[in-house]
Structures are given as structure tokens and as C-alpha cells.
Design a protein around this ligand. Sequence first.
Ligand SMILES: C[S@@+](CC[C@H](N)C(=O)[O-])C[C@H]1O[C@@H](n2cnc3c(N)ncnc32)[C@H](O)[C@@H]1O
Length: 334
Amino acid sequence: MSSSPQPTTPEGPTGAEFRRGPFRVGERVQLTDERGRMNTITLAEGGAFHTHKGFLNHSEIIGKPDGSVVTNTAGHQYQTLRPLLADFVLSMPRGAAVVYPKDAGQIITMADIFPGARVVEAGVGSGALSISLLRAVGDGGYLHSFERRQEFADIAQGNVETIFGGPHPAWHISIGDFQDEVLKAEEPGSVDRVVLDMLAPWECLDAVATVLAPGGVWINYVATATQLSRTAEAIRADGRFTEPDAWESMVRGWHLEGLAVRPEHRMVGHTGFLLVARRLAEGVEPLVRKKRNKAEFSEEDLNAWTPESVGERTVSDRRLRRVARDARAGIGEA
Ligand SMILES: C[S@@+](CC[C@H](N)C(=O)[O-])C[C@H]1O[C@@H](n2cnc3c(N)ncnc32)[C@H](O)[C@@H]1O
């Protein structure tokens, strides 16, 4: 891409040369001011970052090492850092919801995406997950991404080329429905991992079972419990996969200031659920998971189940009558 910076050392894995060294023209830089406010700029010859409190010439940053602190024309300081993958994904142009970095990390590890792996993925959306998958498979791997909408594929391509500084040698993208296109493109049993982030993964079941190698991993990212349940039941009923496992992850940041060390008040409460199953060898019957008998409770156990034993505070009848009276009279607690 024309706006990409010139690499200093062209050797090494694709994109690595754009992640290190002094700042160069064409690179994105994250500025943090003295109040912690962040802005991302793209360095240009003769460029400037204007605020109502002076401006910062890009020439103050170009050639400096990553992590420098620079000063604008009004004496205000900025910390400069090259954005990390997580920063890039959350600020890059997007047409569809992206897979958040916390989930991308889980997908890479729990689906065992390894260097050199043959992976197929759909849909591509804005390409956030494609970037993580490409990093994990590396230049010697193979990622074939399927997207039904050309506009999304274009956005994803732009984002992938921005972060890698050009096309990635392991990446192939095809337009169309995954369940149709993957069967034309991939040999049966030739794919190590399938990663789906789409509305209806259950529609792809047959295609996934066809292209996935024995023992291969199929991971799904879905936004709702109803999609999760439908996909899990379809996998279970199909018989060519292991019993599916599902989970979600929640990440809660912490506020760290002197003695005020506590969880942040706000967090990303929900992104999506992950559901994983593995392809069984051709022709084998899946193990039917034996269910343990439901726990039975004796009369003695049931009698032991009192508010006190489970730590509930008991409230006297007298107090309850008073609270009810107050409630009827509209009197709140003092
Ligand atoms: C939520 S977005 C994917 C986001 C992407 N994983 C990311 O991290 O940026 C879902 C995408 O799936 C595409 N899609 C839905 N069903 C599809 C199918 N059967 N085959 C190919 N693409 C599909 C949609 O067009 C949409 O772009």
C-alpha cells in the first residue's frame, strides 16, 4: 500500500519489520497526553497534530525511538507509542462487529492454531480475526478466508495490508458462502482448523465435516445463547464430531492508584461465546457421554437447608411488619 512505511530490515516474518525500529513516515503512532487522552495519527512528511493548545509537528516524532516523549509548540508533552495489535483492531475501519482481542487470544490458543497450520475461516467481516490467525499460522502457513460480501472483503484486505505493510503470503480470500466455496477450494480431509464467526454456523456443518482432517478442530464464535445452542445440538446430532465444549470469557480491568486498588467500574460485559468440537476419524461412532445420576438429597439434607445455614440474615416478623407499613406509607429507609 502506498501509505505503508518503508521497512528498515526487509528480512524476517511478514510485517515484523514494521513493528520495531525508529518511527517512520507512513506509520501510525498512538499519542497520549498529560491527562491520559489518546489519539492515533499517521506520520507524514510536513504533517502536524493540531489541538486547541498548540500543535505537534510530525518531524518531532519521525526518527525517534518507539516510546519517546515529545513536546508540542505550547509546551505540552505526549507519550508516543506504536499501536499494538489490540489497539489497531479496536481503532481500524470496520463494517461489521470485530472479534475482540480477548476472544481472538482464546481462539488462537484453544483451537490450537499453530505455525504452518492449514486454516479456513468465515466470515471475514473487517478482518480482525484474520490478522490474529495470520500471525499464528505465519508465513509458512495457510489461511483461506471466505466472505459472502465483497465490501467486507475489501475492508478486511485494507486492514490486513495496513498492519502487515502489504499482502500476507499465507492469505487467500474468496467471495461467496463458506459452505459452497470451501468445498470447491479445499480437498476433503485437508484442513487442520476451521474458524467460523457468522450468524448460522450450523448451515456449514457438512462442509466443515468434509474438509476437516481427522482430529481437526472446529471453533465457532457466536453472539447469542440461541445460536450457541443450535450449533451445539447440530454438531451433537451429526455424529462426526466429539462432544462440543462451550464457554465465554470476561475480562475485568483493575484501577491501580495508591491504596485505591479495585476492579474498574466499567467492563465489556458480553462479546460472544466460543464453541469447540473436533472431527472424529471417518466411520467411527461418537462416544455417548454417560450422564451421572442427578444428585438425590435425603430428608435430613433437606431439613438442614435453612436460611441460617446458607448465610442468609433472618428478619423478624416485627421488622417485616414495620417495613411493610413504611412501604405502604411511602417512607424510605433513613
Ligand atoms: C461478525 S462478521 C465477522 C467479523 C470478523 N471475524 C472480524 O473479526 O472482523 C460476520 C461476517 O460473516 C459473513 N457471513 C455470514 N454468513 C456467511 C457465510 N455463510 N459465508 C461467508 N460469510 C458469511 C457476513 O457477511 C459478515 O461479514
